[in-house]
Design a binder for this molecule. Structure first.
Ligand SMILES: [Zn+2]
Length: 330
């Protein structure tokens, strides 16, 4: 309860904002973090509600808190169409998703998968071991599909990829940037947030024949790009030829939502500074003491880029690359 002014009758600002938040797309909801109190306290609660609502399709409602305990305990993440659908709710992409997406993709490190497998069996899924997809051959140890017939006689499918090392190596091996957004028990993280919220993605270099993946993405309303020639402004942090890194990356955004945090009232939240958008997970220039060495971005330090070219005529990387090319032998 947040009275506007002690001299006027109480107006339940927090409750009103919480109500409005239910009707907002994710980008507008996230912008609440930039407004005065109590607005920044609203997005994590609304996201919890949405995530629970979407997860009910796969996991019994009463088991969802336990499921997030397992995600936290195992350091696993949710990725794929489930995440896109959640974050595009309420905007143009949401309508495209009405065709129905019926799988939940999980990624976990090797030797930590057992609690997830046990939970899926407990939730009445049948387990089918499958071969690892070719894009993940070098980074994934195994791929398991869990299948269950739901009340509408549709198949629900949960896919578990077990990473040979860290889960980020699997997430960043995806053939398109569409899957480079993920949810952990504490964070929502996107390496290409601008494209993700525009319902766009890029096919990475050397992805090979991915016609069926592209067709699937298009069915979900995604615009799948093989060129950024149409970009009107400099690429900045999102330049496809720029080397990116998981720790201290400028292009990534991270939204803290804390699935397990036991929130009883808005006041419980007001002690934390960690609810706002952060542009990155920290950088090497940060105070050494402030670096969380257990943080996923610190543990899985990787460097990657999606293209060895940029075709945006407004991007200095593309201009310099074209100038350099003049001096190279054909
Ligand atoms: Zn560029």
């Amino acid at each position: 309860m947040y009275p506007v002014n002690p001299l006027t009758p109480n107006i339940y600002i927090f409750e009103i904002l919480l109500n409005i938040a239910q009707h907002l797309p994710f980008a507008s909801l996230a912008a609440f973090s930039l407004l005065p109190q109590p607005a920044p306290e609203v997005p994590p609660l609304e996201l919890r509600r949405r995530i629970h609502e979407h997860l009910k399709q796969y996991i019994p409602s009463c088991d969802i808190p336990e499921f997030f305990n397992i995600l936290e305990e195992t350091g696993a993440a949710i990725t794929g169409s489930f995440v896109r659908r959640l974050l595009l709710e309420g905007n143009e992409g949401d309508r495209a998703f009405k065709s129905g997406v019926r799988d939940l993709n999980l990624v976990v490190e090797r030797f930590r998968q057992e609690p997830i497998t046990n939970a899926m069996i407990k939730y009445d899924y049948d387990q089918v071991q499958e071969s690892v997809g070719r894009h993940y051959k070098n980074v994934a140890y195994s791929f398991t599909q869990f299948i269950k017939l739901d009340e509408d006689m549709d198949f629900d499918s949960v896919r578990l990829t077990v990473a040979e090392k860290g889960i980020l190596s699997v997430i960043l091996s995806a053939p398109t940037t569409a899957d480079m957004t993920f949810i952990t028990a504490n964070d929502i993280i996107s390496f290409f947030p601008r494209m993700m919220l525009a319902n766009e993605c890029m096919v990475v270099d050397n992805a090979g024949d991915i016609d069926s993946i592209v067709a699937n993405l298009k069915e979900q309303g995604q615009r799948v790009l093989d060129s950024n020639r149409h970009w009107k402004t400099p690429c900045g942090s999102f330049c496809p030829m720029r080397w990116r890194k998981t720790f201290g990356d400028e292009g990534m955004v991270r939204f803290r939502w804390h699935a397990r945090r036991n929130v009883h009232s808005p006041q419980d939240l007001s002690n934390s500074q960690s609810w706002n958008w952060r542009s990155s997970a920290g950088s090497i220039d940060d105070d050494e003491d402030a670096i969380d060495r257990h943080d996923i971005m610190y543990r899985d330090q990787l460097k990657w880029r999606i293209w060895n070219r940029c075709e945006n005529p407004n991007c200095s990387n593309a201009i310099h690359a074209a100038q350099r090319a003049e001096f190279l032998q054909p």
